[in-house]
Ligand binder design. Structure first.
Ligand code: M6R
Length: 623
């Protein structure tokens, strides 16, 4: 056995199909769509019309796998599975790509098997393994169980799940059952669908959108068997057939296409007016916030009245959206509104109790740390409201209440439109809570609604700065480091601006609260260091502009993003980008657009793979 170190296969995209269509095309198209979940390596297992099983896999992206599949699999195929992988440690090598084959079993996996070492020993697999993945061990064990179990698939899968520990979404094909694809999951997400063309199983619905709008979430403890005529579900304990609950997705298949844009990210930046409108419109009636269609009415109101604190929990960009909400509304609500990084929250003593409202935010609805925080909060008696983009996702299903954002599918790894609508949704929710608690009067609620509507126009105006920004980024794109600075809410916006810039341009970018610069960070400012200074908070603008002067005095190259009307000295900045005058609490929307465009065009100028930045994946489904 070649030993490359055992590898957890974490945030992967998986798809399976059995039906009338060309399986090669369905699987490879699906993998292309799911590639945002991971793109270190990919592979397929397809069955041709002679019932011959072929595995083709390699490191790199799906586009590079395509010619190899065409070369090796020349006959028609109608059944298959495919996998695109994001690995955490160990080599990205073909041996570790999925599918894994052992005897009669071909298997793909999203998740991590924690007891792989003891299983390897127990089943004496040392000589059977080619690569270094936990998944290969599972494929081998399942093959042994299957043989022992007289080739009975359901009970074999059940036995497998009895002995493995960890998280998983498996798709399995047994070579003596060439029409069938089996699925089982624990924690890692899976959905399935049946159309006239056949049966589909995938990590998420984006891969199924070209074929159907009806889908079912595969629940814990359910085995699914897909063949060309049927999609059956079985209870894992009893192995009796059960029914699948069908849901409908409202997203259109076109929203998951680039529509002439060079990248999904740019398309998604431009979709923000529509996303914002779709998210707020159903929830604002006559300038009153109405969340009754989200189930937030009398029962929730009773809870809102008794809460003593609010915890906002999320990761990455979603956390930044939560931080904006916390910063704006703590004063308004006059109770502690604290934001937490989900991976910290789940392991800290956060004093969560039955008088805590926990708001979790997640585009994908699958982020494992956010999900674990949600479960922890519930176990402490807190109520959880989630703000989620993907319908039927685990976080949405496990929350007490869910407010869906209506951004449509977000494909680019870097989050843009999801952020905007998360901010808008948390504004609506926190205003509603403030209103129920009589912390605000009617005019405040009305002004939030008016400003949210006005933000649609403010985003439009900010988008018109696109050409101006294309020129500005030339300077940033040749730098190794950059800084975002701001004070108050502008500091919070800076955190997101810096994340966007670093994740797709690979320029080391940090966000600093401008008042903190003198306590250490200003030592990093050299001749020409780009500093993007965000100045939209009128109450603190004078103090902030003094901080900008301090970096300018150290020869920083200053790009000032400033609200029209705030006065500044002409020689303070090398470049000035003005945003329209807006209520300070709502400058988040135009600033988001400007900072997203700065990040996009910087990465574009550098010729980088913007939609799939290195080392990242869209959906982070293990810790
Ligand atoms: O799906 P989620 O919103 O839970 O994802 C959380 C983060 O991984 C995500 O916001 C990430 O930081 C962004 N894609 C970065 O642009």
């Amino acid at each position: 056995m070649a030993f490359f170190g055992y590898i957890g296969v974490f945030m992967c995209g998986i798809i399976g199909f059995s039906g009338k269509l060309d399986a090669k095309k369905v699987i490879l198209d699906g993998l292309t769509t799911l590639e945002y979940r991971g793109y270190d390596s990919c592979g397929v297992c397809l069955v041709d019309t002679d019932h011959k099983f072929s595995i083709v896999k390699s490191t790199g992206k799906v586009v590079d796998l395509l010619p190899k599949v065409d070369e090796i699999i020349t006959k028609e195929t109608h059944v298959g599975i495919g996998h695109t992988r994001w690995a955490t440690h160990g080599g990205v090598i073909t041996e570790n790509a999925h599918p894994h084959h052992a005897g009669l079993v071909n298997l793909i996996h999203n998740g991590i098997i924690e007891n792989y070492l003891s299983l390897r020993e127990q089943y004496k697999l040392d000589n059977a393994l080619e690569g270094g993945t936990d998944t290969e061990i599972v494929a081998n064990i399942l093959n042994l169980i299957y043989k022992k179990n007289k080739n009975e698939p359901l009970s074999s899968i059940k036995k497998l799940t009895d002995i493995i520990k960890g998280t998983f979404a498996f798709l399995i094909m047994f070579e003596d059952r060439p029409d069938e694809v089996y699925a089982i999951k624990h924690v890692s997400p899976l959905v399935c669908a049946k159309s006239n063309d056949g049966s589909f199983i995938a990590s998420d619905i984006t891969a199924l959108m070209p074929y159907t709008k009806e889908f079912s979430v595969i629940e814990e403890g359910t085995i699914v068997c897909a063949d060309k005529d049927s999609l059956k579900a079985y209870d894992l304990k009893t192995l009796k057939e059960i029914s699948l609950k069908t849901e409908t997705i409202t997203w259109s298949v076109d929203t998951a296409k680039k529509d002439g844009y060079n990248h999904f990210m740019l398309k998604e930046i431009h979709e923000q007016c529509t996303a914002l409108e779709n998210t707020i419109k159903p929830r604002i009636i006559d300038f009153n916030i109405d969340l009754s269609n989200d189930g937030i009415e009398d029962n929730a109101y009773e809870f809102f009245k008794k809460i003593e604190k609010i915890h906002i929990v999320a990761c990455g960009t979603a956390l930044h959206a939560g931080k904006v909400g916390a910063s704006v509304f703590q004063d308004v609500l006059n109770i502690p509104v604290d934001d937490y990084i989900a991976s910290e929250y789940r392991y800290s003593n956060t004093l969560t109790n039955d008088k805590t409202l926990v708001i979790v935010l997640s585009q994908s609805g699958e982020t494992i740390d956010t999900l674990a925080s949600l479960e922890k909060a519930k176990s402490k008696g807190a109520k959880v409201i989630s703000i989620v983009n993907v319908k039927g996702s685990t976080i949405a299903r496990n929350s007490d209440y869910v407010l869906y954002t209506h951004a449509g599918p977000e494909i680019a790894v870097a989050s843009t439109k999801a952020y905007t609508v998360q901010v808008a949704t948390i504004y609506l929710l926190l205003t509603k809570i403030a209103s129920v608690r009589s912390a605000i009067d009617r005019s405040y609620e009305k002004s939030v609604c008016e400003n949210l509507y006005a933000s649609i126009e403010n985003i439009k105006t900010a988008l018109q700065k696109e050409n101006e920004i294309k020129d500005i980024v030339k300077y940033i794109s040749s730098s190794h480091d950059a800084f975002y600075i701001g004070r108050g809410l502008d500091y919070v916006f800076s955190l997101e601006g810096a994340l966007k810039l670093k994740e797709i341009s690979y320029i080391h970018t940090e966000a600093y609260a401008a008042g903190e610069l003198k306590h250490g960070t200003i030592a990093l400012i050299e001749d020409g260091t780009p500093v993007i200074a965000v100045c939209t908070q009128s109450d603190i603008a004078t103090k902030f502009l003094s901080n900008v002067k301090e970096v300018k005095a150290r020869n920083a190259y200053v790009i000032l993003i400033i609200t029209d009307g705030i006065k500044y000295e002409k020689d303070l900045a090398d470049i000035v980008i003005k945003i329209d005058k807006v209520d300070d609490k709502f400058s988040v929307f135009p600033v988001a657009v400007i900072t997203q465009l700065i990040a996009y065009y910087t990465a574009y100028t550098k010729g980088l793979d913007i939609d799939k930045p290195r080392n990242l994946a869209k959906s982070v489904t293990v810790e």
